[in-house]
Design a binder for this molecule. Sequence first.
Ligand code: SF4
Length: 392
Amino acid sequence: MNQPTQDRNEAQLDAIFDRCNSVRQLPMPERSELPEGFRGLLGHFPVYFPEEISHAAGLLPVSILGGGNKLDMKLADAHMGSFVCSICRSTAELGLNGSLASLNGFVTHPICDAAKHLAGIWARNLPEQNSQILYTPQNPNSPGAVRYVVSEYQRLRAECEKMSGKTVDDAALAASIRVYNKNRRLLREMYAIRRDEPWKLGCTESYLLLRARTRMSCEEHNEMLEAALAAVHARNRAAQDKPRVVFVGGFCEQPPLEMLEALDDTCYVVDDDLLIGLRYITSDVPETADPMWALAESFIERSAASPVQHDERKTKEGYLMEMIETSRADAAIVTAAKFCEPGLDEQVAWSKHLDEVGTPHLVLEFEEKMTSFEQMAMQLETFAESLLFATA
Ligand code: SF4
């Protein structure tokens, strides 16, 4: 590819990343701004939400990921203790201050006490919205687990039908599964680039591309991803001398973008668990005659592990070591959001195990509302240098 073509390719990518970054910061769309074919919006809290059901009902599924580091907290403190994680507090703030008024409903999960209680705050303070808790099984290893998930998904289907006034038949659900299967394939391709040619796509760039799906239809996201990945493949960038690391701890509350940029400055992040709820089914959902069963079975049998899934086939240490091995990482950055009990619990287990097996790692804590990154950047730089020195 000659230089002018390279420049055009970079300009196209810059425009896509800029768009994703503005989508990230935009207020929740109004119902009048919905993409064609959608009748309403359904907000869902991380982690394991089957967007296909909402999509099939004509409700745009929008991930509710808190307020980042620009939100002024005024109302939520009256409803929650100061020891509750930032994403729960800022999500409540957004609900109470009217920023999420265009939602038809809000679904949370019992991933932790704080997340579960959000549903109660919603129901009492936003009675005009349909507030639900989607219960995933405590014991996914039970023989009845898939049947149980099917019954929860059927309940969600009925609630979605009430909200949108549209019947979700199996054909509609199968069509939505096909759209999301395409998205899963594109996201797998994106993560393969991060693993195989990390100099072509940074962690921040891939995060922005992924996060855009929280505010646009999956169809539109598929188109955007296809264009972005073609341009990323065509990038002519040389590899730099940076250590390969895996980043974990971003499964629910999201680290600020500045933290990911500091990571990119010093390391190649070759795998991560950021926004794992948008890509938790690790292969295509089978396109069978019973789409609801296929969706539930995929969650039980082929979903990505996280600190809020308790499946005895996926040990805390096991899934991290698998990420490190498959991505050929030299080290791990094990983080947890402040006040996140499941995340901090996992962080202790990870760190102990990495010590035992002699895998270098850096332990960090973050909060979505962090605004100062100098100290963290220095820690990352020192860590990266120590890794390069060890392998020199
Ligand atoms: S960040 Fe942790 S504590 Fe907060 S809602 Fe998520 S899982 Fe629960």
